[in-house]
Design a protein around this ligand. Structure first.
Ligand SMILES: Nc1ncnc2c1ncn2[C@@H]1O[C@H](COP(=O)(O)OP(=O)(O)OP(=O)(O)O)[C@@H](O)[C@H]1O
Ligand SMILES: [Mg+2]
Length: 313
């Protein structure tokens, strides 16, 4: 299927000479939830800003839903909703007017029932006549989401939508994202809460210092780069690691009471279950047995860290 967003050879050098994006290629598939992860300053907001027409690219091409974002700016922009990283909303008008105005910007006819539904979904309906300036930070963020959805976009960008918001808003927001996805909306999000990406995303992209260093299906990524750790708590201390239990060498804690195996590779989990069977069969007297997989966060930190090492920084 054709991508809904196609980025080719994208370059951005800011005034002053900082090269924020380096030959970025990225294809976003229609209907997916794509998480773009990267440390501070990696270029996530710059990339999103270019696709949404807020930042001018230096070179390369970007197509959104079949439209070139520069040559066909209005058509491309009309397909896109953006929840920006920075809180920025018209402070002195009411929630209702702000959302209605956003929709009007795209030249769409009124659809108050649709706007009411968005506000209700975001628990903003009872605040519809409140001035935005009077709302709390979390409520302001809800307004930004409502505005981003006001013109029924087919692509939604969420740039750090959960930074500094409470648990309830996070939960509401992810529920809404799931509903939007069911309706066919493509979602691209950035977050520093990597467990959110682990929960939500179909695919993960990692950007570091302006370069995309990895794009992978989430499950494949976790299988390929994840580790499985088996920890055995023993009843009686051992003096050495038992032989022949695993192809991987285990390590024994100094008190001889904890045996740990770190298993890697695509079949790490199978190796783990295998090891547990052998441990049980070996007659080893153990108190606890624990198998855990690395989280997306472990993988991410490792990736970005290795990149730093690789570039000598
Ligand atoms: N308007 C600008 N002028 C000059 N440099 C900029 C501008 N905007 C961003 N930069 C620089 O470009 C780089 C990428 O910034 P960007 O905001 O895209 O990063 P990010 O990945 O979104 O980071 P964060 O996780 O902190 O939001 C940074 O080094 C930043 O300082
Ligand atoms: Mg950013």
């Amino acid at each position: 299927m054709a991508s809904i967003i196609s980025v080719k050879g994208l370059e951005k050098t800011y005034k002053g000479g900082h090269r924020a994006l380096k030959s970025v290629d990225l294809e976003i598939e229609r209907g997916e939830i794509f998480a773009l992860l990267g440390p501070n300053g990696a270029g996530k907001t710059t990339l999103i800003g270019i696709i949404c027409g807020l930042v001018r690219k230096t070179a390369g091409t970007v197509m959104a839903d079949g439209y070139d974002i520069e040559k066909d700016f209005r058509k491309a922009r009309a397909r896109i909703g953006l929840v920006p990283q920075e809180l920025s909303a018209d402070m002195f008008i009411t929630v209702w007017h702000s959302v209605k105005f956003s929709r009007g910007l795209f030249g769409l006819s009124d659809n108050d029932a649709y706007l009411e539904k968005i506000l209700r979904d975001l628990s903003l309906w009872d605040k519809k006549d409140a001035k935005i300036a009077s709302l709390s930070g979390g409520m302001k963020r809800r307004v930004l989401i409502a505005k981003a959805l006001s013109h029924e976009p087919s692509i939604l960008f969420l740039d750090e939508p959960t930074a500094g918001v409470d648990v309830e808003l996070r939960r509401d927001m992810w529920q809404m994202v799931r509903r939007l996805r069911e309706q066919g909306v493509t979602i691209i999000l950035t977050t520093h809460y990597i467990e959110e990406a682990e929960d939500m995303a179909d695919r993960i992209g990692v950007i570091n210092k302006g370069e995309i260093i990895l794009i992978e299906d989430k499950h494949t990524l976790m299988r390929k780069l994840g580790q499985t750790e088996v920890t055995v708590g023993l009843k009686e201390p051992l003096s050495s690691v038992p032989a022949d239990l695993s192809a991987q060498t285990g390590t024994l804690s100094t008190d001889g009471l904890t045996l740990t195996y770190v298993l890697e590779g695509e079949n790490a989990e199978d190796q783990g279950t295998d090891l547990i069977k052998r441990l049980s069969a070996s007659g080893l007297d153990f108190r606890t047995l624990n198998m855990s997989r690395s989280s997306l966060e472990d993988i991410f930190v490792n990736l970005v860290h290795t990149e730093h090492a690789g570039t000598g920084i």
